[in-house]
Structures are given as C-alpha cells and as structure tokens.
Write a protein that binds this ligand. Structure first.
Ligand SMILES: *[C@@H]1O[C@H](CO)[C@@H](O)[C@H](O)[C@H]1NC(C)=O
Ligand SMILES: *[C@@H]1O[C@H](CO)[C@@H](O)[C@H](O)[C@H]1NC(C)=O
Ligand SMILES: *[C@@H]1O[C@H](CO)[C@@H](O)[C@H](O)[C@H]1NC(C)=O
Ligand SMILES: *[C@@H]1O[C@H](CO)[C@@H](O)[C@H](O)[C@H]1NC(C)=O
Ligand SMILES: *[C@@H]1O[C@H](CO)[C@@H](O)[C@H](O)[C@H]1NC(C)=O
Length: 431
C-alpha cells in the first residue's frame, strides 16, 4: 500500500518533469527566432538607419530573411508610390554626383521627383539598405560597362552607400572613362568601363550628317577596353542603347555591311535594331568565351528617354513633374524594338553559354518616370554650352536610385541560392 503510493507519487513526478521538459522545448523553439532577431539590428526600419551601426557586422546568407512571396515575385512590373523618407542623400552629403545630373545645384525648383519608390505589383520591394548590401558584397567586385547612364547608376550607388562609407579612388589611369573605387572596410571594388557601343569603335568624322559625329562600329568585335579586363569581376552590369541612335557605319568581318543615317553613297541604311542586336550578341559572346570569368552578368535593359515636343536636337524637352501610372503609357515604337532586341540576344546568350546571366529590367519602371530627367537643370541657365535638354540621364538624387533596390534584391536572391546550393553539395558529400 505504502509502496504503491510512493510509486504513484514518483510516477506523477516523472510525468510532471516530462511535461515541463516538453513545455521548455516548445518554448525554446518558439522563442529562438525572436532571440536571433533581437541580436541583429532592425535594418528594415528606415528610421533606424540614422543610428550609427557598426560596419563590421557580418551577414551570412542564412541570416538574410526574405518574405516568401518575394522569391517568385516579378519585381519589374509595378507602380511608383510615394516615399516620404526619400531621398537618402543630397547634393551636399554626396560628392559623387556628376555635374550634369546635379539638378538641385542648377536650380531645379521642384523636389517631388525624389520622393517615390518602386512597388512591384506582387510584393513589396525593400528600399536599398547600404549596410546590408555592403555586407553581401564584402570581398567582391562590381563593374558597370556601357554608356553614361551606367555611370549615372554607379554614381547613384556611391551616393546611396555613402551613409556607410565613401570609396577611395584607385583608378588605373586619369582617364575619367575608366574608374575604379575601393571600399576599404569591405574590400569591395566598384569599376566603371565606358564603352557606349560595347564593341570596338572609332570616330570617322567628328561632324557627320547630324553634326554629332559619325562612328565606325565593328559590330562583331567586342571592345577590348572592358572585355579583356572583366575576368576578375563577380558582378558585371551591362548596358547600351542611347548611342545606337547616332549615325554610324557598320562593319562585320572588317567589311562595311551598311550604316545608320550615314548618307554616304552606296552604303545601305539599316534598321536601328540591326546594330543593337549585334553589339549585344558580340558582348555576350565575349563573356561566354572568357574561360576565367566566373561572375554574374546583369543586362540592365534600355531606359527610355522622354523628349516631348520635338526630337532631342530639335527643342524636345521633358517638363513633366509626376511619374506616370502603368495604365497611362505603353512601351512602343523604338523603345519597344530596342527592348525586344536586347531580350532576344539575352536569351540566346543564356542558352548558348555556361555563364550566369540575369535581367535587370529597368525598362518599364523608367518608362513611367518622365519627371526624373535633368532637362535644362544640368547646367546654369546662362552658361553657353552645347548641351541640349537632357531627357536621357537621371537627376541625382532621383528615380535611378531605385535601381539599387532591384539590384540589392537580386544579389540577395543569388546569395540565398548559392547558400542553398552549397547545402545541397554538403548533403550529397555526406551521403
Ligand atoms: C545643392 O543644392 C542646393 C539647392 O537645393 C544649392 O543651393 C546648392 O548650391 C547645391 N550645392 C552643391 C554643392 O551642389
Ligand atoms: C579582398 O577580396 C579579394 C577578392 O575580391 C580577395 O582575393 C582578397 O583576399 C581580399 N582581401 C582581404 C584583405 O580580405
Ligand atoms: C556606287 O556603285 C555603283 C554601281 O555599283 C558604282 O558605279 C559607283 O562608282 C559607286 N559609287 C561609289 C562612290 O563608290
Ligand atoms: C489608371 O488607374 C487608376 C487607378 O489605379 C485610375 O484612377 C486612372 O483613372 C486610370 N487611368 C487611365 C488613363 O486609365
Ligand atoms: C553666351 O553667348 C551669347 C551669344 O552667343 C553672348 O551674348 C553671351 O554674352 C554669352 N554668355 C556668356 C555667359 O558667356
């Protein structure tokens, strides 16, 4: 009797202990993510960005949280929505703004155009976080290859990153067409290769039929100035487009095959997409053929210009003050042709090569920003310069800053993908 009672008590005690252990385990499982969260700074909260956060926090791919619907979200289709927190730098906090895009300096009277962010239809896109971005690209290198819109993007990135660190200039030459910047604390390198045609070119006539220079373009020969220097880069962002509207004589196999508005006797005028298709074909082929190149290639798609009331050299201007909504405008004409052409060649490159190609599709989002160009605020009004109204580049700060939101998202996805792949490889090894 006594014994049974004792056993019962022991039994009861064991049950209680097991119950407590189970509760504790459940609690630990529930609390763990909270504990983990509390150890990382609240980077998602924009107002927290003003806090001085130590720059040596290392983010690992597994710490990068991505809301699930973002993984399959088409981040390139959406609308511009108001963002009262923007801009994240000004012409006084950032020295990297190119003169011709320093719209506030040259008296642009409105500032609404800075206060929008890109909202994809299917998900929310996080605004660029310079701390997290620099942690992801630690020990890596990024090259912008293309025209001055690529430089515009690089300068936007330097300004966005300037909340964390300014790079030092480690350019190999004094030639402003080839810049190299180093983020010392992150061992991150940014480079810029000016190659507006992506292929070899030279100026045939500095005047030409439209008084803007007539070029020789060797459509099947990639421009060595970038293509031979690219192996070391982890990320390459390619772009081209606006220079293809210039007059040019096209060569293939070193023979003239036609031209664009060259008005030379016996040279066939070719459609505008003829050369555009071939320069991308050559650039992608060059990358696919480079054995030592292991980087990720982004095609930053064509960003439409917004001349209204005339062509760029005939009084056209861009005076709108608000973004368009996606139902107010459509991609058409030359913009559409150029976009489709580069997409075709992108797909061919993806299919044919072993390299990794990604689309940084800025075409639709920028089509919706007629308000974001310098227009006449790229220089003093009384200055005697031969600059036309600029409806091609983008004011800084301005809508081009949102390209960093896209890039950050995409690079985050890559980090996540490669982490998953390395897990798989490890699992395979253990089997
Ligand atoms: C910055 O912009 C302001 C107008 O917002 C202008 O007065 C000032 O001169 C500019 N400063 C620089 C360094 O560009
Ligand atoms: C900096 O990054 C490069 C790769 O881009 C790497 O080879 C090098 O070891 C890194 N340097 C330091 C000091 O970590
Ligand atoms: C153009 O082609 C025609 C016929 O082939 C030839 O007679 C003429 O000399 C050529 N003109 C030039 C400037 O090459
Ligand atoms: C575009 O859509 C908005 C609602 O999202 C609507 O208010 C507006 O009238 C539409 N504009 C046109 C031109 O259809
Ligand atoms: C600009 O050029 C016009 C005529 O070409 C001249 O009258 C004017 O003084 C020039 N302005 C400056 C600031 O040089």
């Amino acid at each position: 009797m006594e014994l049974r009672k004792t056993r019962n008590i022991v039994n009861k005690n064991i049950k209680t202990i097991i119950f407590l252990i189970i509760i504790t385990i459940i609690l630990l499982i529930l609390i763990r993510p909270l504990l983990k969260n509390s150890s990382s700074p609240p980077y998602n909260n924009p107002s927290a960005l003003n806090i001085n956060i130590p720059s040596n926090i290392n983010y690992h791919a597994e710490d990068i949280k991505i809301v699930d619907n973002q993984e399959n979200c088409d981040i390139f289709t959406g609308e511009w929505i108001p963002n009262p927190d923007a801009p994240y730098y000004t012409n006084t906090t950032c020295w990297a703004i190119h003169e011709h895009q320093n719209c506030m300096k040259y008296g642009r009277p409105d500032f609404e155009f800075m206060k929008w962010r890109w909202k994809p239809d299917g998900c929310d896109l996080q605004v660029f976080n310079p701390f997290q971005f620099l942690d992801i690209v630690r020990d890596k290198s990024l090259a912008f290859v293309g025209d001055s819109v690529g430089r515009n993007q690089m300068q936007s990135m330097i300004c966005l990153l300037s909340r964390v660190e300014y790079p030092i200039d480690v350019s190999p030459t004094s030639d402003e067409h080839f810049k190299r910047w180093r983020y010392v604390n992150y061992n991150f390198t940014l480079s810029y290769f000016w190659s507006p045609f992506l292929v070899r070119s030279n100026e045939r006539d500095s005047d030409g039929p439209t008084h803007t220079g007539l070029f020789n373009l060797y459509l099947d020969e990639p421009d060595d100035s970038w293509s031979t220097q690219i192996d070391e880069f982890d990320y390459v962002i390619l772009n081209a487009g606006h220079w293809m509207t210039r007059t040019a004589v096209y060569y293939e196999n070193r023979r003239v095959v036609g031209c664009r508005y060259c008005q030379l006797p016996n040279i066939t005028d070719l459609p505008s997409t003829y050369g555009y298709r071939r320069i991308f074909r050559s650039a992608f082929k060059a990358l696919n053929r480079r054995e030592n190149f292991k980087g990720l290639v982004f095609l930053r798609t064509f960003a439409p210009s917004h001349f209204e009331g005339g062509l760029w050299n005939a009084g056209g201007d861009c005076v709108r003050r608000r973004p368009s909504q996606s139902n107010e405008t459509i991609l058409e004409g030359l913009n559409m042709d150029m976009y489709m052409t580069q997409l075709d060649e992108f797909r061919v490159a993806e299919r044919e090569g072993e390299k990794r190609f990604r689309l940084l599709d800025t075409t639709e989002m920028m089509l919706l920003r007629p308000d974001g160009h310098p227009s006449r605020y790229g220089h003093w009004p009384e200055e005697n310069v031969t600059l036309y109204n600029d409806c091609v580049h983008w004011c800084l700060p301005g809508p081009i800053d949102s390209w960093a939101d896209l890039l950050h998202h995409m690079i985050k996805m890559e980090a996540r993908r490669s982490y998953k792949e390395s897990l798989l490889r490890r699992q395979k090894k253990m089997q």
